[in-house]
Design a protein around this ligand. Structure first.
Ligand code: BES
Ligand code: ZN
Ligand code: ZN
Length: 502
């Protein structure tokens, strides 16, 4: 996929390079004849696998305990490297442990292009589930955004061979692992792309290409179409920009009778300068190219719905614009009119995410979806409250929140429910409009969620604030440094279980 959006960007610039790398990786089951490294899982208790050719004492002498997060590289002249990874106590193994272990193998054998992973699935885990987790962990750990670097020495994965006893027939599990890794990789690529290389217009064109390739429909709404729809939230935020806004509507229709209709809404601020409420130039704000991480996660999930066999109809709204200060920018004190007529007093132009989301939440309701999940890099307060590992989840319906929590556990994209405390709602009251876009100094993630709740109404809804989890400074298991793609697999899994639960 190549584009040349402006004259500073080479005509052959690739916007989703991770898809090319993924397509070039051969993923197979069984034992590899030409692997350069073989990863073997070892528990911290019980027997050491015979295939390792080493005993517990040998490993202990080398300082290897078998604890999770540990690994040992054993180079062998004329033979593939051996990579021993810790699986922790036998009774505690889960698919998350296996995903982490595969990531550990790939990170330890970082210069190797052909890697084999051999691991036993414990009784509690079906061999197919183990295969899938291993594939995901390996593919996601090898991801790196290198397309703009002339000096990168990154080695792509050419071959990944998975050997899980009892999983001889798990080709479908391999495919599912690749498909869900794809969702995350698309989300990461988009969020890692610099803001000058990815405008709202570009995002729309990319969505169209991905829709054609992965089986979903895409409809683009330009400025005039948004004016016609009365999407004053998105238009207001866009006012300071020389770039056009885009609302990108995605529709996935399953092949059989749809089992329910799920709406997904993603914040797509291509760059958040804060607008007139300008952000300072500190390192955190270098990350504001990732302020479209919610939209990227939704688009990533859509690239997997067909191949994951999703049975629910899913409609997505990506609300894309940058947030810039200029002579035409929206101002503090301005009043915007969102789709549906709600008037919003702008008390801070840096609280722009909730403004663009408001139009989409109203449109999702008009579309008659059965439930909504929204995802947004919404508040610094989410990062302050739960850090970079865990995303707050809020909702007006416990069963939707529980569905998201279950999907979170399955994908190891951690969330923690925070209360949608109605007492704070009056902080959003405005003297001159229906609602204001700024709450008080405390519980900022909650007041932002309460603002969204106003537009959601009574539709069952869950809201994910991924401001903290959108990126990691350093490689961390299957999360590679940079944009994490957090939420893409979680949304995919939510869509699957949404259908299954109906
Ligand atoms: N995009 C930011 C939130 C953010 C902060 C994301 C840090 C990722 C990392 C959002 O638009 C924002 O600026 N929120 C303000 C809201 C405030 C003005 C009410 C914030 O959190 O400070
Ligand atoms: Zn902002
Ligand atoms: Zn923002």
């Amino acid at each position: 996929m190549t584009r040349s959006p402006n004259k500073l960007i080479p005509a052959d610039f690739r916007t989703v390079p991770g898809l090319d790398a993924l397509a070039a990786t051969r993923v197979e089951l069984g034992s590899s004849s030409d692997a350069e490294a073989i990863g073997i899982g070892v528990h911290s208790d019980g027997d050491v696998p015979e295939s390792l050719g080493l005993g517990r004492d040998d490993l202990t002498d080398a300082g290897f305990t078998g604890d999770t997060g540990t690994s040992l590289l054993l180079p062998r002249h004329g033979s593939p490297d051996l990579v021993v990874v810790g699986l922790g106590p036998r009774d505690d193994v889960s698919s998350s442990v296996l995903r982490d272990a595969a990531a550990g193998v790939v990170r330890t054998a970082t210069r190797r292009a052909r890697i084999a992973i051999r691991m036993e699935a414990p009784n509690a885990i079906a061999p197919e589930e183990a295969v899938r987790a291993l594939v995901e962990g390996a593919l996601l750990a090898r991801y790196r955004y290198t397309v703009l670097s002339n000096v990168s020495t990154h080695v792509d994965l050419a071959e990944l061979t998975i050997d899980v006893p009892g999983a001889a027939d798990a080709t479908d599990a391999v495919e599912q692992g690749v498909v869900s890794a794809r969702a995350t990789i698309v989300a990461r690529d988009l969020a890692n792309t610099p803001p000058g290389h990815l405008t709202a217009t570009d995002m729309g064109e990319i969505a169209v290409e991905l829709g054609g390739r992965f089986g979903f429909e895409v409809e683009l709404f330009d400025r005039q179409a948004l004016i016609d729809l009365g999407c004053g939230g998105l238009l207001g935020v866009n006012q300071g920009s020389t770039e056009e806004p885009r609302m990108i509507k995605l529709v996935y229709t399953p092949s059989g009778d749809p089992s329910g209709h799920l709406g997904l809404v993603g914040k797509g601020i291509m760059y958040d300068s804060g607008g007139i409420s300008l952000k300072p130039s500190d390192p955190m704000h270098l990350l504001m190219k990732m302020d479209m991480g919610g939209a990227a996660a939704v688009l990533g999930a859509f690239t997997a719905l067909r191949d994951a066999g999703g049975d629910a109809k899913v409609t997505g709204w990506l609300m894309c614009t940058d947030n810039m200060p200029s002579g035409t920018a929206y101002k503090l004190g301005d009043v915007l009119t969102a789709r549906g007529g709600t008037t919003i007093e702008v008390k801070n132009t840096d609280a722009e995410g909730r403004l663009v989301m408001s139009d989409a939440l109203v449109l999702a309701n008009e579309e008659g979806v059965d439930a909504i999940i929204d995802i947004a890099t919404l508040t610094g307060a989410a990062l302050v409250s739960l850090g970079a590992a865990t995303a707050p989840v809020f909702g007006n319906d416990q069963s939707m929140v529980d569905l998201v929590r279950a999907a979170s556990a399955a994908t190891d994209e951690p969330v923690w429910q925070l209360p949608l405390e109605k007492k704070y709602r009056k902080q959003l009251d405005s003297d001159i409009a229906d609602i204001a876009n700024l709450g008080g100094p405390f519980a900022g993630a909650t007041t932002a969620a309460l603002f969204l709740a106003h537009f959601v109404g009574t539709t069952p809804w869950a809201h994910l604030d991924i401001a903290g989890t959108m990126q990691t400074e350093k490689d961390d298991s299957w999360r590679s440094a940079g944009a994490t793609g957090f939420g893409a697999r979680l949304l995919l899994e939510s869509a699957r279980s949404f259908a299954a639960n109906r």
